[in-house]
Design a protein around this ligand. Structure first.
Ligand SMILES: Cc1cc2nc3c(=O)[nH]c(=O)nc-3n(C[C@H](O)[C@H](O)[C@H](O)COP(=O)(O)OP(=O)(O)OC[C@H]3O[C@@H](n4cnc5c(N)ncnc54)[C@H](O)[C@@H]3O)c2cc1C
Length: 180
């Protein structure tokens, strides 16, 4: 993710907002220090890099500049500093890019993984759901046979937690979006 200063005379940190622009393949949001955070929508023209999670390059690459230039198409007065700031990290993905929220084959070990770069806003409810799943399984229920139905407190509905099973078939309907 690329961080660049807000253009002169505009307080993006206070007055900017989240924009996702598929024509240029990036999204942006306000970042502290009156910066603009520019992230990738993962367009097809950007090559995906599969890495060893214990050993990968955390240095900025050409991708940093590419994302800044893309945003420059929308904000012509954008300054692009030579000193790069931002964040380089990896996504943990599952085969169908849908998370696994489940128990594991190791007794007492549970997984909330494979969030594929898009579960930030879901993290709080995922935590509550995992707590409920742990109570359910540790209380003796067989989640694989009778999946937990997790009630949602603010709307009249529930989540079939079996949807996120480690044993599920790969979901061909899955449509990946980094924006979450
Ligand atoms: C580069 C990048 C960009 C992303 N962009 C987006 C985006 O634009 N939109 C979006 O919706 N999502 C995005 N995501 C995904 C989002 O950040 C994750 O889905 C979300 O943070 C998952 O929340 P979590 O609480 O489950 O896990 P995490 O945020 O990973 O939190 C797990 C915490 O547990 C701690 N921990 C781990 N092991 C231990 C241990 N043994 N003892 C104590 N603590 C431990 C870790 O230090 C960490 O603080 C992005 C992810 C990455 C990597």
């Amino acid at each position: 993710m690329t961080h660049v200063p807000s253009p002169q005379g505009f307080d993006f940190e206070t007055s900017g907002f989240v924009v996702s622009d598929s024509d240029i393949g990036v999204y942006c949001r306000p970042e502290t220090g009156n910066h603009i955070l520019i992230g990738s929508e993962d367009p097809e023209c950007d090559e995906r890099e599969w890495v060893d999670p214990d050993d990968y390059n955390r240095e900025f690459s050409e991708q940093w500049t590419t994302q800044a230039y893309r945003m420059g198409q929308r904000i012509p007065s954008l300054g692009i500093p030579s000193r790069m700031k931002g964040c380089v990290d990896l996504y943990d993905v599952s085969d169908d890019w849908i998370p696994i929220y489940d128990k594991s084959s190791v007794a007492g070990y549970y997984m909330a993984i494979g969030t594929s770069g898009n579960q930030f806003k879901n993290a709080p409810v995922a935590g509550a759901m995992m707590a409920s799943l742990i109570d359910y399984c540790e209380g003796g229920a067989d989640h694989d046979k009778n999946p937990l139905q997790f009630p949602l407190s603010y709307i009249d509905g529930s989540i079939d937690v079996g949807f996120y099973s480690r044993l599920r078939e790969i979901n061909p309907e899955s449509s990946f979006s980094v924006i979450g």
